[in-house]
Ligand binder design. Structure first.
Ligand code: PLP
Length: 398
């Protein structure tokens, strides 16, 4: 039989990681709701409990459905090991907490996901952990800060909401020179477009709530990396308890079967939509790494397969324009999530950066009229027509 790791993503998303968990001839992974797992033989129970024999003891530690989900992501990211969490934020906070201690120094970027940014600005400083947030995509500044010494480099690329790109390989080189761990939030790119571990990162993190699940009906998070690192994170999580629920694991697993198809469609549609918006008179700027006008298009081309389904654009009429435009879209959920089969749209000021003041958003380069658009799997011509119609309501005052 062909080894699964020689297969391409289209086949892996469908088949990988599932076979070991099928029972009674079932072709689909069962949702195992049992909280605990019983043993007749006391010695066997003991061996499983101390990790000498494979098996399950208690649902906060491991569960077969959850493990099938972890196995699929692990294979897609080309990792040795993976462990999962109740949410993406749990994956991020647990991973940071596993390795950081008072006196440590973290280097990251200003544009990380809003929740991650709160950990950096609010929670880590309380533990006497120093965090230096660099201008996103300013590689020289990051290199300077890393060279001053740091324990952990935390990256996210592309970022929310202006899809900025950081050169992972280049930053890994700088971090390794000072023996720092490198974490990469790969939520926007998905394992279909970018594999940070192959570029030298130590840990890749996903909010599975977004593209992995793809249907906006289950929360989850997952981290992948070496067995040594993931084992330590797993231990932190099994004790602290941010465990992924088996039902959510099943929904995420099922969603992932179409990840490859969804990503191809969403990436192709996003490219067309970005090109359409770029020439529209009501639009001030379009942010999409696939556009040649994107400041880091070259890096994106080098480290990503496709450019993904996330784009954003700013309206010339600012927030007034957003108020006119958004309610008129017929094929987009106005909501805070992203990465779903349905198109999802929202202004940055009410979604990713709702906690910021207008001044802070300005400092981050987020115009008040910025709209984040997560492209769904609908027919792209229908989406273009929907955008055209909604934009026609904005009177551009030239
Ligand atoms: C949504 C998101 C998170 C947080 O994930 P949750 O599942 O909502 O906790 C982290 N990083 C990125 C890039 C995200 O988009």
């Amino acid at each position: 039989m062909t080894k699964i790791h020689n297969l391409t993503n289209a086949t892996k998303t469908v088949w990988a990681g599932e076979r070991d968990y099928l029972a009674h001839g079932a072709t689909q992974v069962p949702v195992v709701h049992s909280v605990s797992f019983g043993y007749e033989d006391v010695d066997e129970w003991f061996e499983v409990a101390i990790g000498e024999k494979e098996g399950h003891i208690y649902g906060r530690n491991t569960n077969p459905t959850v493990q099938a989900f972890e196995d699929k992501v692990k294979i897609l990211e080309g990792a040795e090991s993976a462990t999962s969490f109740s949410t993406g934020m749990a994956a991020i906070s647990n991973s940071l907490s596993t390795f950081l201690k008072p006196g440590d120094r973290v280097v990251s970027i200003k544009d990380t996901y809003g929740g991650t940014n709160k950990i950096f600005s609010e929670f880590l400083p309380k533990l006497n952990i120093d965090v230096e947030l660099c201008e996103t995509a300013n590689h020289e500044q990051m290199e300077t800060e890393i060279a001053k010494g740091c324990n952990l480099l935390y990256l996210e690329t592309p970022t929310n909401p202006t899809v900025k790109i950081t050169d992972i390989k280049r930053m890994v080189k700088a971090a390794k020179a000072v023996d720092a761990l490198v974490f990469v939030d790969n939520t926007f790119a998905t394992p279909m477009n970018q594999n940070p571990l192959a570029l030298g990162a130590d840990l890749v993190i996903h909010s599975a709530t977004k593209f992995l699940g793809g249907h906006a009906d289950a929360l989850g998070g997952v981290v992948c990396g070496s067995e040594d690192l993931v084992e330590q994170i797993y231990h932190y999580r099994e004790i602290n308890g941010a465990t992924l629920d088996p039902m959510a694991a099943y929904l995420l697993l099922r969603g992932m079967k179409t990840l490859h198809l969804r990503n191809e469609r969403q990436s192709a549609s996003a490219m067309k939509i970005a090109n359409y918006l770029k020439q529209h008179e009501a639009i001030d700027a379009v942010f999409y790494p696939g556009l040649e006008t994107h400041p880091n298009h070259d890096i994106a081309k080098k480290q990503m397969k496709y450019f993904g389904g996330m784009l954003s654009f700013s309206l010339k009429e600012g927030l007034d324009g957003v108020r006119e435009f958004l309610p008129r879209l017929q094929y987009a959920n106005r909501a805070a999530n992203l990465g779903s089969v349905e198109t999802v749209v929202g202004p940055a000021r009410t979604t990713s950066h709702v906690e910021c003041t207008p001044e802070e958003r300005k400092a981050l380069g987020i115009p008040e009229g910025l709209v984040r658009y997560s492209v769904g799997i609908e027919d792209v011509d229908d989406l273009l027509a929907d955008l055209e119609n909604a934009l026609s309501y904005i009177a551009v005052k030239n």
